[in-house]
Ligand binder design. Structure first.
Ligand code: ADP
Ligand code: ADP
Length: 230
């Protein structure tokens, strides 16, 4: 498994907004690191610097010891699954086709794609024979979110980046989905960075919790119990 290291990372957007300042942080191989803090404190920016959807201004980000600015972005994204709040499933494609998108782009042969799609759909509890042919609008919000997780896992990435993955799920179902996702993450053993503004969620899902304050300053990295005690 793969670790991630952020070393004195800074991001200033072109309009002068400093989103992240002097952030140094290690994500250990195989752990779930929850990155928590108020809205606007730089969580998404931090996450997106790991897969280079955002280019950093200064500092370094290492994935598996490799400086991400030296890795081809396509190769980097193959190694870093990405799950976002609105999932972004293609509405006119079935669940199977959505999950198969990246493996197909990578030129996997049909049988390999089919096998992998059914494997990851099983993993998230949406077996292909029942759910594979549905369209996103024929799923509940939580089911759509799990398809998003399956899609991110399709290429078996060593790193999984999750940005408010439960943000669009109604509160009554959120706890249940969190538990399911926690189980999935434990099973796949990927290194995970989970961004959330919800301390409760961070504590429940994180092996460790990193707390950011406004301006992207790191306040502390601690075990969930320590964070709860604060
Ligand atoms: P969070 O994920 O914690 O809500 P973000 O990383 O989205 O925080 O944003 C951090 C700060 O950077 C905020 O002040 C936000 O307005 C600003 N920001 C985010 N994206 C951009 C952008 N593309 N251009 C300018 N400022 C941005
Ligand atoms: P929610 O209340 O979370 O929005 P829905 O009422 O949309 O959930 O769906 C409840 C259940 O019915 C889910 O398991 C979903 O997969 C299933 N379902 C919803 N729409 C369809 C459909 N058009 N065809 C088959 N199953 C569906």
């Amino acid at each position: 498994t793969t670790g991630i290291e952020l070393d004195a990372v800074r991001k200033a957007y072109p309009d002068g907004t400093v989103a992240v300042e002097g952030l140094s942080l290690t994500v250990r191989p195989g752990e779930v690191l929850a990155l928590v803090g108020p809205s606007g404190c730089g969580k998404s920016t931090t996450l997106r610097m790991i897969n280079r959807l955002v280019e950093l201004t200064s500092g370094r980000v290492l994935v598996d010891g490799e400086d991400v600015t030296h890795v081809d972005p396509v190769a980097l994204r193959r190694r870093t699954g990405y799950v976002i709040q609105d999932v972004g499933l293609l509405p006119h494609r079935t669940v199977e086709a959505n999950v198969a998108t990246v493996p197909r782009l990578l030129g996997w042969d049909r049988q390999r794609v089919r096998d992998r799609v059914s494997e990851v759909l099983d993993l998230v509890g949406l077996p292909a024979d029942r759910y594979g042919r549905r369209y996103p609008h024929q799923l509940s919000g939580g089911e759509r979110q799990r398809v998003g997780v399956a899609r991110a896992l399709a290429t078996d990435p060593p790193v999984l980046l999750m940005d408010e993955p439960f943000g669009a799920v109604d509160p009554e179902r959120r706890r249940d989905l969190q538990n399911q996702v926690a189980r999935i993450l434990a099973e796949v053993g990927s290194t995970v960075v989970l961004v959330t503004h919800d301390v409760d969620e961070a504590v429940r899902l994180g092996d460790r919790v990193a707390v950011l304050s406004r301006g992207g300053h790191l306040e502390q990295v601690a075990s969930p119990l320590t964070v709860l005690a604060h």
